[in-house]
Ligand binder design. Structure first.
Ligand code: MGD
Ligand code: MGD
Ligand code: SF4
Ligand code: MO
Length: 731
């Protein structure tokens, strides 16, 4: 006998609804798209389809591991938490958070509590190898680093897509199930798709126009587009923007002619881009990893929004809009405190903090450099920085030497093999799922929740419980503190604020009484109920009887559609002026660096990344159904370059960068711009002491070993993963 259960897919930002088939033994035997899902309507990709195989991976850890006499051995949960409480300490701890935290409830609900509970800590995350430049740009423009405009995909007439490959990645910072179908629909309704990417990607192939600039030069390209808008009188700025005239002066040097040789894009093409953008009834400019993990990441991210603002497309249907999540905090409009970075700096290299984080690329030096203030201990949650961050070799030496390391991770992999304690979350089928983050990035407002598809065995904690217990330990409480107490405390604190806040519908009510009225079977569910009820669609504890509650959401297992995106300016703005600040001082101060780059001699060969359809960063290489075929770690080289470098298809190449040397199999690819080579990341599964039997059989090479951690976008601390120089020859 089999049954089915609904489960939102946690494997990428598209957040597709899946229908799982489950057998009597609780094994997931199949996954298909849930046709009734209000957001994804049946869409699924090969990763989602192998949910069952991933869920049942025999290499997944099923019990904690604790290091005894130098070896990681299985232990009980009690022993493992006791060991953490004994050795983690509350000072000198690095908290390192990885990508899966944006895909789990635990990752949304607890890391901030752990950080706050520690007395003295440093925080690192995948943000500084990913989207931090966008956050800095939005922070300065809108006063809120989490106010991301997303392209209004379903209504736009013109999409200018820069450094993103949603046909492979399925979209990022623009949550849209079935991105391919939505792009097809855009073109079917007469809309236009323009792709800017040094590689002719799968997305570029379906575009009306593909422009292939030199990697890393997009900031200049986009500013020249903006400069053309001014020069030709094509600006129609949104009414909430300050600094329009000042901006025109600031970017005046970036004329199409001035940037053309640097970008290797004709000045006329730049002008056409500007005219098309201005002429489109509605248009959205959208950039992703090729605009963030680059030398001028923050400037490029800022330029993307500048174009949306100057063409009047920010915050209007068909343009770039701010989603409104069901769990968003409702705040009265008005000026805010604005956004600042550099409130403190890192010990070794003096990197400014950005959103209270230091660059992930600087973790190794903070760990291995002796002196006062050196980190003692490391807590990793869902991250594999030995592969995903620059110079993994140095980082792993540092991890091996640190006093104590604990990892919350289902795998014994390149990073976690250095831990003293590994706390594995259970199979995804055992977990509840709610996308706290992606509601704020969704191209259509919606809310969906999945309860666990398969009940957890008694005595096994889910990831929320694991992190709640770590929160208690970080706060100095006994290792066996009831995790529910952590949730209860958060609920109490939130309600105490809500009953005193100005404009709150709960003013004067009794927090304890309100807390008693929450529903949900677990602490995290009660916290979700609270956030939904206080949120913009919420019932506000009865003030709006038709409003959203957890109970109401549970009555809609395929989710609730909350409608198309709606204009939200000026309510989203938190700048001191209460306006969009187009020319923030830190950004203006970085422009001379870009201007200087225009005169630089281009590098002979630069490397960019590429994502693979059946992969996800560093951790899906152990699922047999997703291995092989296109999912291999090959160095793509343009045939002209290969000829010049003495490389042939299938040969082994030696690749050298600042941080070291690797070898990889050559794959000839005329889809690349000459002078550009490409390697995917997340490979390099050849280290001893891991438990990844499938991945180890086809390990690939770690592209990030080519970096030494010194190439960063200075405003955001984000590593330059795209467009860095390499030397290549036959092995
Ligand atoms: N050269 C290069 N490097 C890159 C990139 C690139 O494009 N080029 N991309 C960068 C980007 S965008 C990102 S986001 C980072 C990602 O880098 P990381 O944040 O390090 O993420 P992953 O490599 O996906 O590793 C995820 C880890 O989480 C574990 N895990 C999986 N599921 C769960 C779960 O449910 N709970 C917990 N606790 N753990 C889980 C996995 O076993 C694995 O150890 O890589 C970056 N690195
Ligand atoms: N299948 C799959 N899906 C994923 C992931 C995965 O590993 N596999 N990872 C997930 C994660 S963590 C993220 S952050 C997203 C990322 O989502 P995307 O950003 O859409 O994915 P990428 O493939 O990294 O796309 C970046 C594009 O930028 C181009 N590029 C590189 N350098 C430059 C440049 O200087 N200028 C321009 N204009 N373009 C450049 C690259 O050729 C590439 O096509 O994908 C997510 N989805
Ligand atoms: S597109 Fe993303 S969310 Fe949808 S099934 Fe594939 S991996 Fe899962
Ligand atoms: Mo990412």
């Amino acid at each position: 006998m089999t049954r089915t259960a609904l489960r939102i897919c946690p494997l990428c930002e598209a957040t597709c609804g899946l229908t799982l088939t489950i057998d009597d033994a609780g094994r997931v035997t199949g996954a298909r798209g849930d046709r009734d899902d209000v957001f994804s309507a049946g869409f699924i990709c090969p990763k989602g389809a192998s949910f069952g195989e991933l869920d049942g991976d025999p290499d997944r850890l099923t019990a904690p591991l604790v290091r005894r006499d130098g070896e990681l051995r299985e232990a009980t949960w009690d022993e493992a938490f006791r060991e953490v409480a004994k050795r983690l300490g509350r000072t000198g701890v690095a908290v390192v958070l990885g990508n899966p935290n944006v895909h789990t409830m635990a990752g949304a609900l607890y890391p901030a509590l752990i950080v706050r509970a520690l007395e003295d800590r440093q925080v690192y995350s995948a943000s500084t190898v990913d989207q931090m430049p966008k956050q800095v740009a939005c922070g300065h423009l809108y006063g809120d680093p989490l106010a991301f405009p997303v392209p209004d995909l379903d209504r736009t007439d013109h999409l200018l897509l820069i450094g993103a490959n949603p046909l492979v990645s399925n979209g990022s910072l623009a949550t849209a199930a079935d991105f391919p179908g939505r792009l097809k629909a855009l073109r079917a309704r007469g809309g236009r798709l323009v792709v800017v990417d040094p590689a002719r990607t799968r997305t570029a192939r379906v575009a009306d126009r593909h422009i292939a600039p030199r990697p890393g030069t997009d900031a200049a390209l986009l500013l020249a587009v903006a400069q053309t808008l001014y020069a030709e009188g094509l600006t129609t700025p949104v009414e909430h923007a300050d600094g329009v005239a000042e901006l025109g002066e600031l970017i005046a040097p970036f004329t199409p002619e001035a940037v053309a040789p640097y970008c290797d894009v004709d000045a006329d093409v730049v002008r056409e881009l500007a005219r098309e953008l201005a002429a489109a009834p509605t248009a959205a400019v959208y950039g992703r990893l090729g605009t963030t993990a680059v030398e001028f990441g923050t400037l490029t991210s800022w330029a993307v929004d500048v174009l949306n603002i100057l063409t009047g497309n920010l915050d209007r249907p068909g343009g770039a809009m701010f989603p409104l999540a069901a769990t968003a905090t409702v705040r009265p409009p008005g000026p805010g405190r604005g956004f600042r970075t550099g409130r403190w700096t890192s010990r070794v290299s003096g990197h400014p903090e950005v959103m209270a984080e230091f660059p992930l690329a600087a973790l190794a030096e903070e760990l291995d450099t002796p002196g006062e203030g050196r980190l003692r201990a490391v807590l990793t949650v869902g991250t594999n920085p030995v592969l995903s961050a620059p110079d993994g070799r140095r980082l792993e030496r540092a991890l091996a030497e640190c006093e104590f390391m604990v990892s919350v991770d289902p795998y014994l992999n390149e990073t976690t093999r250095h831990a003293d304690v590994i706390l594995p979350p259970p199979r995804p089928a055992h977990g509840a799922h709610f996308d706290f983050l992606f509601g704020a990035l969704s191209v259509r407002n919606n809310v969906r929740y999945s309860r666990p598809a398969v009940p957890l065995p008694d005595g096994t904690p889910d990831e929320c419980e694991i992190l709640a217990r770590l929160t208690a330990i970080a706060g100095g409480f006994p290792y066996d503190t009831d995790p529910a107490a952590v949730d209860a405390q958060v609920i109490d604190a939130t309600l105490r604020r809500a009953v005193t806040a100005a404009h709150s519908p709960l003013q004067g009510q009794d927090p304890a009484e309100l807390a008693a009225g929450l529903t949900g079977d677990t602490g995290p569910e009660r916290r979700l109920d609270l956030m939904l009820r206080l949120g913009p669609y919420g019932d506000r504890f009865g003030a709006d009887p038709d409003g959203l509650t957890l109970a109401r959401l549970l009555d809609h297992p395929h989710g609730i559609d909350l409608g198309p995106l709606r204009p939200r300016l000026p309510e989203v703005l938190r700048t001191p002026s209460g306006r969009i600040e187009l020319c923030p001082e830190p950004i203006a101060a970085d422009l001379p660096r870009l201007r200087a780059a225009l005169d630089r001699r281009p590098d002979d060969l630069v490397l960019i990344g590429r994502r693979q359809t059946r992969s996800n960063n560093s951790w899906l290489h152990n699922v047999p159904a997703l291995t092989g075929g296109s999912n291999r770690c090959t160095l793509q080289v343009h045939p002209d370059d290969a000829h010049r470098l003495g490389l042939t298809d299938g040969a082994t190449a030696r690749v050298k960068g600042d941080g070291g040397e690797i070898t990889a199999e050559v794959e000839l690819a005329d889809a690349l711009r000459p002078g550009v080579v490409s390697l995917p990341h997340g490979w390099g599964h050849d280290r001893p002491g891991t438990r990844l039997s499938v991945a180890a059989a086809a390990p690939g090479a770690n592209v990030n070993q080519l970096l030494d951690g010194s190439r960063l976008d200075p405003l955001s601390g984000t590593a330059v993963l795209n467009g860095f120089p390499v030397q290549i020859g036959p092995a």
